[in-house]
Write a protein that binds this ligand. Structure first.
Ligand code: FAD
Length: 382
């Protein structure tokens, strides 16, 4: 029976960051990924329109600036040996109502239920990266020197005499290791861990009442209909009960008379399980976009839709070194356990786990898609 030094579960930004660093010390490491390709939420998304091919990050992106974010990105820059922070600039989001566009100053006394998911888009400072995040993931993948198995869903942790010894993959195959790093969907731990390892009470807390997923709509426009590239918060009307959606127009691709805009709305996980509910939210989102930008409706040539994985989970108590209570060889690297439920959280959490495992002197402390392309369609009529 082979025993790995480390098994890393999940090959998103968090998992691949941890795996690539550890593999510089030991190649006796296994990376387990449930999908057919690595990258998780940060896979490249391709658009083909007539003779034009574009690749971009899938869905709307905004990276809030803060000293913590800068420090975490600088650690990643050192790891990769290249510059990642292009600039840090002011973010001046705008909103739209009957009187036209105006500066967005907040939700006042009436924040949407998914405020935690949307609030980081409203940060005063924005970091622009030199590379799309999917490219950062690809660079980390190139650095990784251990074994990888894909299409391999880790379906359970197994213990021998109260010690975590192996994981089960696709319901039957067993993989043994001395240390385990989980960088998958945190909510799933309520099923993956036995009641002895995580009490039923802790599991209930982890599942939480409402878990949000992001519905990301990317639009391809002919011409450069909107010159502004700041963030827009499009508030719902009384008929649009989905609440605000956020989005922006991307800088046009060089010399091509096409522009991409990316939008995001939120829907709770349970509601998202019915396809018709997703269709309903999408329709309302398009109505919000059309109301604010009627002139671009005719210019839209293609759309693509992504669902994020569960963006939030409930509370999971970890030990001060990032291990799960009672299991001293299981670390959680997923951004979802970090106080920032976004890209920063994934970078911080993976750096924190690495430092607590003794890999690299990381000076930040943790403060906190699977993306599935469910549709790529041709013509869009708003
Ligand atoms: C469309 C979209 C837009 C976003 N926009 C922004 C933004 O603007 N700003 C920002 O800061 N953040 C944004 N984020 C969030 C950010 O990208 C993610 O929080 C972060 O990159 C997640 O990385 P991760 O490695 O923690 O998780 P993930 O990328 O979700 O990776 C988890 C991986 O684990 C795998 N996995 C899960 N469970 C198992 C299992 N049991 N067995 C095996 N494999 C498993 C999954 O298949 C996946 O590959 C966005 C995310 C998406 C999807």
């Amino acid at each position: 029976m082979h025993i790995y030094d480390y098994i890393v579960i999940g090959s998103g930004l968090s998992g691949i960051s941890v795996a690539s660093k550890i593999s510089q010390e030991t190649k006796n490491i296994l990376l387990i990924e449930s999908e057919s390709t690595q990258g998780g939420s940060n896979k490249p998304a391709a658009v083909k329109y007539q003779n034009n091919n574009f690749t971009s990050d899938n869905g709307l992106r905004f990276y809030p600036g803060s000293p913590l974010a800068e420090q975490a990105l600088k650690n990643l820059e050192n790891e990769l040996g290249l510059k990642l922070i292009q600039s840090i600039s002011d973010n001046n989001p705008e909103t739209y109502d009957a009187s036209g566009f105006k500066a967005f100053v907040g939700f006042g006394d009436n924040p949407p239920e998914f405020y935690n998911e949307i609030s980081y888009f409203l940060n005063q400072k924005e970091i622009t990266l030199t590379l799309p995040v999917y490219k950062i993931v690809e660079l980390l993948k190139e650095k990784y020197q251990g074994e990888t198995i894909t299409k391999s869903f880790m379906t359970g942790f197994r213990f021998t005499d109260d010690v975590l010894t192996h994981v089960v993959v696709n319901g039957s195959k067993e993989y043994h290791a001395k240390n385990f790093i989980f960088a998958g969907t945190v909510r799933d731990l309520s099923v993956l861990l036995t009641d002895e390892a995580l009490s039923p009470r802790a599991k209930t807390k982890l599942k939480k009442d409402t878990t949000w997923v992001g519905l990301c709509l990317d639009l391809l426009h002919e011409g450069h209909a909107v010159e502004k590239h700041n963030l827009f918060v499009l508030e719902g009307t009384t008929n649009d009960s989905i609440g605000p959606c956020v989005g922006r127009f991307m800088q046009p691709q060089v010399d091509v008379n096409l522009q991409i805009s990316q939008w995001m709305a939120f829907i709770d996980l349970e509601t998202s399980e019915e396809t018709e509910n997703i269709g309903e939210v999408l329709k309302k989102m398009k109505r919000q976009i059309k109301r604010a930008f009627p002139e671009m409706a005719d210019a839209i040539k293609a759309e693509r839709l992504f669902m994020t994985p569960a963006l939030s989970s409930g509370e999971l108590k970890l030990n001060s070194n990032g291990t799960v209570a009672k299991i001293n060889n299981l670390w959680i690297a997923s951004g979802q356990v970090n106080q920032f439920p976004n890209l920063l959280g994934s970078i911080l959490q993976s750096q924190f786990v690495l430092s607590s495992l003794g890999f690299g002197g990381v000076s930040v402390t943790p403060g906190e898609e699977r993306t599935e392309a469910i549709e790529i369609s041709e013509e869009l009529s708003l």
